[in-house]
Design a binder for this molecule. Structure first.
Ligand code: 13P
Length: 288
């Protein structure tokens, strides 16, 4: 199946009160692991690259080819969208040209007027090519690939203005943070989420910083309009833990255990298992 835009899958998720997992990839193994997890769960999925991860992997064009070719060689039949995560304006335009089927233009660090203006422009260019668009209001806390947000609660009035630009889904700060949550984290602000949902006409909402949010909070957020949940750190953690275990058990020293196809296998399997578990949490299992 060819890559699809995320518009349809997120609309259906919003209506059906479940969420689509958007998993960050970093390399070949992760991309395979995410596709396998989605296929085995019969779930639509979003694979996303940060600007930094795409650069690391060899560029946006390579990411498009990688995902497209794996879909074919692995016989993937569930809907897959390739999405740019936290893109600058120029990067969003580049991805639209090169074959990403979804982009996030993140102008949340700019003055709101500029964020809005550039969002409108990205929407026009993306929609002309059938590409879906996510934008952000109110920065997400924590640090991701050099993008640092101080974490704030988005202003519902600004969310409405952003939603009205014609974007397909909206990321808004509701107390969520990229990376692990600190001990003293007070949890998601459901009042803010509800106020945003009330003024955005059923637009699918996006929850960044999906790693480490307890199940009950995830499910409550979905019930209030969250339809896309981003997960990155938890995949990194399980990959590292499984790889550490393999090496600490001396398996790389047994036979040809040092072969990267063997060395990276436990981590890759761990990512697939996490993806399947999160798909269950998010309720998108069987929704392909
Ligand atoms: P986590 O790394 O906290 O899962 O956040 C991922 C994310 O929001 C990507 O944009």
């Amino acid at each position: 199946m060819a890559l699809v835009s995320a518009t349809e899958m997120l609309k259906k998720a919003r209506e059906g009160k479940y969420a689509i997992g958007a998993f960050n990839t970093n390399n070949l193994e992760w991309t395979k692991a995410i596709l396998k997890g989605a296929q085995e769960s019969n779930s639509p999925v979003m694979i996303q690259t940060s600007m930094g991860a795409a650069k690391y992997m060899g560029g946006y064009q390579l990411c498009v080819h990688l995902v497209e070719d794996l879909i074919e060689s692995m016989g993937i039949t569930v809907p897959v969208a390739l999405h740019l995560d936290h893109g600058e304006y120029e990067d969003a335009l580049k991805c639209i040209e090169l074959g990403y089927t979804s982009v996030m233009y993140d102008g949340s660090h700019h003055p709101f007027d500029k964020n809005l203006e550039e969002a409108k422009d990205v929407v026009a260019k993306a929609h002309a090519k059938g590409v879906s668009v996510e934008c952000e209001v109110g920065s997400i806390g924590g640090e991701e690939d050099g993008i640092i947000g101080s974490g704030e609660l988005a202003d519902p009035a600004e969310c409405k203005q952003m939603s009205d630009t014609g974007i397909d889904f909206l990321a808004a700060g509701i107390g969520n943070i990229h990376g692990s949550y600190p001990e003293n984290w007070t949890g998601l602000s459901f009042d803010t989420l509800k106020a945003i949902a009330d003024v955005t006409d059923g637009k699918p909402l996006v929850l960044h910083g999906g790693s480490g949010i307890p199940l009950e909070q995830v499910q409550k957020a979905i019930s209030l309009g969250v339809s896309k949940i981003n997960v990155n750190t938890e995949c990194q953690e399980v990959f590292a833990a499984a790889t550490r275990k393999y090496i600490e058990e001396g398996k790389d020293l047994e036979g040809k255990g040092f072969d990267p196809r063997k060395l990276l296998e436990p981590g890759t399997t761990a990512v697939t298992e996490l993806v399947k578990q999160r798909i269950e949490w998010f309720g998108s299992k069987g929704k392909a």
